[in-house]
Design a protein around this ligand. Structure first.
Ligand code: HEM
Length: 396
C-alpha cells in the first residue's frame, strides 16, 4: 500500500490513456491506491466497491450539487443537484411512471412499436450502423412517449439534447456554448409549458407531464419545478440507453458463444443487459462534493473537494465479483453491480432503461436471427466518464 497522501498512480494518469483503457489503470488503483488524487482533473478518485457504495449512500457528508457545477448552471435545481428534503420531494412526485408495473402497462407496447418501426427503416439493407439508425433514436422517441409529446418533435428534442450535452461538457466555460445551452433550456421549458397547460385537469392522460401537473396537492410540484426536473429526466434517458444497446451488442460480439446462446434464447436478454452494465458500465463515474472534512482510508478530504465515485471500477472489484474482468452472464454475483448507482440518487429510469434494452435486443434478434457485429469497422469503446463505442456495424 502506498502511503496515504502520496498518489503516484493518480499523478501519472494520462486522460487519453484513461479514456482508451480505464480498466488497467483503475485495477492498479484498486490494488495500490484505492483513494487517489488525480492531478490532471483536480479531484479524488475512489475505485473500490465498498468505498463507492458508502459514499453514494452518504448524502449527509457527500453532496450532489453546488452552483458552480455545469449541470446546475445549465438546468438549475432538480433531483440530481439537490439532496435531503428537496430531493425527496422531487423523487416522490416523479417516480410513479417509472415503476416496472406502470412501464409494462403504459409504455411497453409503444416501445415495441417504436423499435419495430426503426428496424423497418433498414431491414432490407443487410448492414446498418446501428448507433445512428437505431440506438441514438430509440431513447428520444421513447422520451416523447414518456412526456406525451408528438412524434414530430423528434428533431427538436435531438437538437436540444445535443446542445445540453455540449453545455454539460463545457469545462472551458465557453460563453457561446453556455448561452446556446441556456437558450435551448428556455425553448424546452416554453415548449413543455404549452403541454403542461393543455394537460391541466385532464385526469385520463397517463404521461409523465399529465401525472405531475395533476398530482395530489400535497405532492404537486410548482410548474417551474416540474420543468426543471423534466429537463434532467429527459437528459438522463438518452445517451445512457444508447450506450446500453451499443455496449450489449459490443459485449456479445466479443463473446460469440454467448451471442449465439442469447439469440437462441431471448429469455437470457435481461441478464445479458445486467452483465453488460457491470462489465462495460455506460456511466463510469459520478461526482460528489465533500461537505465537511472527512477521512477515507487515511486520506483527508477538505470541505469542497470533489470525489469521483468510479462506478465502472467498483463493478470490476475482485473483492465482490468472481473473475471480474470476465463477461459472464451466468455469474452468481451479478446483482451486486452498481451501474445504476446506489443510495438516494439511484437511477430513476433504471426500469425504463432495462425495458428499452430488452425490447431493442429481442426485436433485433427476432428479425435478424443470423446477425453479427462487423468488428473490423466497429469502434472500440471509449471514455472514462461515459463509455461506449462511437460506431457499431450490424450485418445480417
Ligand atoms: C443504462 C441506462 C442508464 C444508466 C447506466 C444510468 C445511470 C445512472 C446513474 C449512475 C445515476 C446516478 C447519478 C448520481 O448519483 O449522480 C443515474 C441517475 C438518474 N438517472 Fe439514470 N441511467 C440510465 C438510464 C436512465 C433513463 C432511461 C432515465 C430516464 C428516465 C434516467 C434518469 C435518471 C435520473 C432522473 C437520475 C437522477 C436521480 C436522482 O438524482 O435522484 N436514467 N442514472
Amino acid at each position: 500500500m502506498i502511503h496515504p497522501g502520496t498518489f503516484p498512480i493518480g499523478d501519472s494518469v494520462d486522460p487519453v490513456q484513461l479514456s482508451k483503457d480505464p480498466y488497467t489503470i483503475l485495477s492498479r488503483m484498486r490494488e495500490r491506491e484505492p483513494v487517489s488524487r488525480v492531478a490532471k482533473f483536480g479531484m479524488y478518485y475512489i475505485v473500490r466497491h465498498d468505498d463507492v457504495t458508502a459514499v453514494l449512500r452518504d448524502d449527509v457528508n457527500y453532496g450532489v450539487g453546488v452552483e458552480s457545477m455545469l449541470v446546475y448552471d445549465t438546468f438549475g435545481r432538480h433531483m440530481m443537484t439537490v439532496d435531503g428534503e428537496e430531493h425527496n420531494r422531487y423523487r416522490l412526485a416523479a417516480r410513479a411512471p417509472f415503476t416496472a408495473k406502470l412501464i409494462r402497462e403504459r409504455l411497453e407496447a409503444k416501445i415495441t412499436e417504436t423499435v419495430d418501426k426503426l428496424i423497418d427503416g433498414f431491414e432490407t439493407d443487410g448492414r446498418v450502423e446501428i448507433r445512428s439508425a437505431f440506438a441514438s433514436r430509440l431513447p428520444v422517441q421513447v422520451m416523447l412517449a414518456v412526456f406525451g409529446l408528438p412524434a414530430e418533435d423528434e428533431p427538436l428534442l435531438r437538437k436540444w439534447y445535443d446542445a445540453f450535452e455540449q453545455a454539460l461538457g463545457n469545462y472551458e466555460w465557453d460563453p457561446a456554448v453556455r448561452q446556446r445551452g441556456q437558450q435551448y433550456v428556455a425553448e424546452f421549458k416554453s415548449h413543455l409549458t404549452m403541454r403542461l397547460e393543455a394537460y391541466k385537469g385532464r385526469s385520463g392522460e397517463t404521461n409523465l407531464l399529465a401525472a405531475l401537473v395533476n398530482d395530489a396537492p400535497e405532492r404537486r410540484l410548482t410548474d417551474e419545478e416540474i420543468l426543471r426536473n423534466a429537463l434532467i429526466i429527459f437528459f438522463g434517458g438518452i445517451s445512457t440507453v444508447e450506450a446500453l444497446v451499443l455496449n450489449a451488442l459490443y459485449a456479445l460480439a466479443m463473446h460469440p458463444r454467448t451471442f449465439d446462446r442469447v439469440k437462441r434464447d431471448p429469455a437470457l436478454i435481461p441478464v445479458t443487459l445486467e452483465e453488460t452494465v457491470r462489465w462495460l458500465s455506460p456511466v463510469q463515474a459520478v461526482t460528489r462534493h465533500v461537505r465537511k472534512e472527512m477521512t477515507l482510508r487515511g486520506v483527508v478530504f477538505k470541505e469542497g473537494d470533489l470525489v469521483n465515485c468510479m462506478i465502472g471500477s467498483a463493478n470490476r472489484d475482485a473483492g465482490v465479483f468472481i473473475h471480474p474482468d470476465v463477461f459472464d452472464i451466468d455469474r452468481p454475483d451479478l446483482s451486486r453491480h452498481i451501474a445504476f448507482a446506489t443510495g438516494p440518487h439511484t437511477c430513476l429510469g433504471l426500469q425504463l432503461a432495462r425495458t428499452e434494452g430488452r425490447i431493442a435486443l429481442s426485436r433485433l434478434f427476432a428479425r435478424f436471427p443470423g446477425c453479427r457485429v462487423d468488428l473490423k469497422t466497429t469502434s472500440l469503446p471509449e471514455g472514462y466518464e461515459f463509455r461506449q463505442p462511437s460506431r457499431l456495424d450490424l450485418v445480417w
